[in-house]
Design a protein around this ligand. Structure first.
Ligand SMILES: C[S@@+](CC[C@H](N)C(=O)[O-])C[C@H]1O[C@@H](n2cnc3c(N)ncnc32)[C@H](O)[C@@H]1O
Length: 433
């Protein structure tokens, strides 16, 4: 968008997401040079996080719903409501800029509407907030109804906590490159740089920063002493039971966080092959490897089409970090609430099943395959494994014994943590006989 009106930018991004196009990450990367970028970013994330709740407030302020073609105006109003409700931005600035944004969006007719709705919200705020308390629980927790129902039925004892944690701002978590520094040494470097931090409880490489920090301010980031990675993902390398002289495959590898951690954990592997379908994302792996001074064989391919990329040499370890609904990482990617549709889960299950069955052929007898997702949904996790075990005689399920997460019928599930805790993540180990 060719305008510096930050509210118009936010409205356009939200409206694209509502139409199922792009993601917060891709849209925000295109406007990162805007002078108001921090406000744009904060509003986009916050408005996605609280979208269903703000939508409910908006419906009480409109005499009739907006037309389908006016998603941008709806999103402009949601942006204004979020800022009035949650941010310390002057009320007059929120309203004036939102009204001006109608011109940028070429919807001058909506000037009066935007002005009236936002002013009405301020006038009637106590009644509106009181009435909101009687709304559906899915709206109060600001989750799409289908996902709210899934979380409640699949995780009845933990649902309230999951829903609350999904609405928190995520921590910034670092992975210390143990080839370069120990965690204790790195904590001291952070302390010397006046960056408050604490060690993670589950992964011995994880460090939580008390406040997010630009990577440029983190000591040794450019030199590869440390990477940004959630603690849940940092458990993967340990679960792969790495040792020297193994051939390792990371089948869905981009942007390469787990590939790099595998190589940092065991520098004497025979080889590490990393595949991804997406060429652009594969370049991200390359950048990460370069910064960390590591090497892997990178292949652009559909990992399930083994004939297209495999030379027939069996792997000792396979990581299948499968594409999934990402319902475990909503606190990091609140746009999932807008983007994900229940019917997509069935499609993802087909992909997960196909990848697992195909990659199994590439595993050496005695070798180990680790299946992971950042999903909370059992359909993408233990059900995929259960069905696979029914038809693959050579596959043996291995329990993960750990002091973290919830043991499932097959595999172990981490649920999304609070401020200083890991993402929601599923892990399952299979051994080939
Ligand atoms: C969950 S992400 C992987 C994250 C990565 N393991 C990491 O730690 O940085 C899933 C990845 O799978 C890739 N992907 C999806 N379908 C694939 C397929 N059939 N073959 C290979 N890669 C695939 C996507 O492009 C995406 O980068």
């Amino acid at each position: 968008m060719n305008s510096s009106n930050s509210r118009a930018i936010v409205a356009t991004i939200l409206s694209e997401l509502l139409s199922g196009r792009g993601s917060l990450t891709t849209h925000l990367s295109k406007v990162k040079d805007q002078t108001d970028f921090s406000l744009i970013q904060e509003t986009c994330y916050g408005a996605c996080r609280w979208f269903m709740l703000l939508e409910n407030i908006l419906s009480t302020l409109l005499s009739k719903p907006l037309k389908a073609g006016d998603k941008d105006i709806k999103c402009l109003l949601i942006c204004g409501l979020y800022q009035l409700r949650e941010l310390e931005v002057a009320e007059y600035a929120v309203i004036n800029e939102a009204v001006s944004a109608t011109v940028v969006l070429k919807k001058v007719w909506a000037k009066g509407l935007v002005n009236a709705v936002l002013r009405n919200y301020l006038r009637k705020k106590p009644e509106i907030e009181q009435a909101l308390l009687g709304a559906e629980p899915s709206i109060l927790h600001s989750h799409p109804a289908w996902l709210f129902a899934e979380i409640n039925s699949q995780w009845p004892a933990q649902a309230e906590q999951i829903l609350q944690n999904n609405n928190l701002r995520p921590p910034m978590t670092l992975r210390v490159n143990q080839l370069q520094k120990s965690r204790a040494e790195f904590l001291m470097l952070l302390d010397a740089a006046n960056i408050e931090a604490m060690a993670g409880d589950y992964a011995d490489t994880a460090i939580y920063l008390a406040k997010p920090s630009p990577v440029a301010d983190i000591p040794g980031f450019a030199e590869g002493w440390v990477s940004v990675q959630d603690e849940a993902s940092q458990l993967v390398a340990g679960l792969l039971q790495l040792k020297p002289d193994l051939r390792v495959l990371d089948a869905c590898a981009a942007p390469g966080g787990k590939t790099c951690h595998i190589l940092e954990s065991e520098p004497s592997l025979t080889s590490c092959t990393s595949i991804d379908l997406n060429a652009g994302k594969l370049r991200r792996i390359e950048e990460n490897l370069q910064r960390l001074q590591l090497e892997a064989n990178l292949i652009e391919a559909d990992a399930s089409d083994v004939d297209s990329w495999w030379d027939g040499q069996l792997f000792d370890r396979i990581l299948l970090d499968a594409p999934c609904s990402a319902t475990g990482v909503i606190r990091r990617h609140p746009d999932i609430k807008l983007l994900r549709k229940p019917e997509e889960v069935a499609q993802l299950q087909l992909t997960q099943t196909r990848l697992l069955a195909s990659l199994w052929l590439c595993l050496k007898p005695g070798g180990l395959l680790l299946y992971t997702t950042c999903s909370l949904l059992r359909q993408e996790n233990e059900e995929i494994i259960g069905r696979f075990l029914e038809c693959a005689d050579s596959a043996k399920y291995e329990r993960i014994v750990a002091d973290w997460g919830v043991e499932c019928h097959f595999g172990r599930q981490l649920l999304p943590g609070a401020n200083q805790g890991p993402d929601g993540f599923f892990f399952c180990v299979l051994r080939k006989s």
